[in-house]
Design a protein around this ligand. Sequence first.
Ligand code: ARG
Length: 462
Amino acid sequence: MTDDANKMWGGRFAAGPDAIMEAINASIGYDQRLAPQDIRGSRAHAAMLAAQGILTDKDAEVIREGLLTILSEIESGDFAFSTALEDIHMNVEARLKEIIGEPAGRLHTGRSRNDQVATDFRLWVRDQCDAAISGIEALQKALLGQAEAGADWVMPGFTHLQTAQPVTWGHHMLAYVEMLGRDASRFADARARMNECPLGAAALAGTSFPIDRDATAEALGFDRPMANSLDAVADRDFALEFLTASSLCAMHLSRLAEELVIWSSAQFRFVTMSDRFSTGSSIMPQKKNPDAAELVRAKIGRILGATVGLFTVMKGLPLAYSKDMQEDKEQVFDAADNLMLSLAAMEGMVADMSGNPEALRAAASSGFSTATDLADWLVREAGLPFRDAHHVTGSLVALAEAEGKDLPDLTLDQMKSAHDALTEGVFDVLGVDNSVKSRTSYGGTAPQRVREQIARWKERLA
Ligand code: ARG
């Protein structure tokens, strides 16, 4: 072994790596984020080795102390990470050797970097599932606050971004609460599935040392050890599930962001975004731009990109570990960082924004938004088949449009010209308030239903 050969495996090497080899091989630039998980995993492993009589208690104790020293060095920024030492696992072990000497070399008994990295990364992603769930819940609470404020504010409901039927502001807010509820449950499902421990799978085949995998699994908060050592080191499903759940959530955030961009425009004026989440223009003094919403709208791009990226890395990889899998981390880190940032930004925007009930109502009252109510009235009161009622109503919409009026502005005579069963009573359903009030079917937009759903969600999130 020459001096520049690697200390961890230099036994069979005569020369050190080429500089380019070192550059392509090293992951320490980013996997140093796994330091707390790596040290936690090593402590659990060392304690288990001692309990099994594979390490002496004395060695286990100095290893434990040394690892704690390293953790505080890293936390205080005093740790010198080395690219030559490739990754977080070897950086920590090499430093341990400097601090405690010979016993450091005993820590890696019955373990490999393959099960080590799988364990570290699972612990990290598991934490991110928890962070995503709490970020989602905070945003849901902000949306509920908006829903409560405007449970009966009438606004246009859209299909094709064309005025469809009046809905309530509270109902619209609650639609996102539902989507986010599914997102949270996806992170919870993924978390439950990933909560098995790879540690002890060693390189790929398990180990001949009498290790206790139940003990390390338990110490690290996993439900059980993974049952197949090949799978344990080769699996990155947990990261992919996190990314797919993140992509779905980011897609939902993007839709809400798009609505805020539209709604805050001078043409809509449905909401006023707070100054805290807006920017100005350096040239146009009147501008207040919804930059935070636009950025949240865009984040799905990189999060879905990371998802496709990791799927592409994993496809076609033979069992068990291949170095390709080192490419799993940066994208997951980036996706997680950007998801958490998006959730926080959206929570801030939603909590701070103010809906404009007058503009919402004015928009809801135009565009023949109660045409369906008129058709429904003809079915209910005059016994027309819905298709015929639809046709009669259509002719009235055409008449109103030709006269530059809205439906409630037509005279009774004009109504009767379309169908003589129409009476004064029809005007009751043409108002937007009556329209939303009448939509009392389960899941409908009536303020009464909205308040029930708010109560249900408040209880769920309490
Ligand atoms: N840095 C590596 C990774 O992130 C750790 C595992 C290395 N294992 C190996 N057999 N070279 O995947």
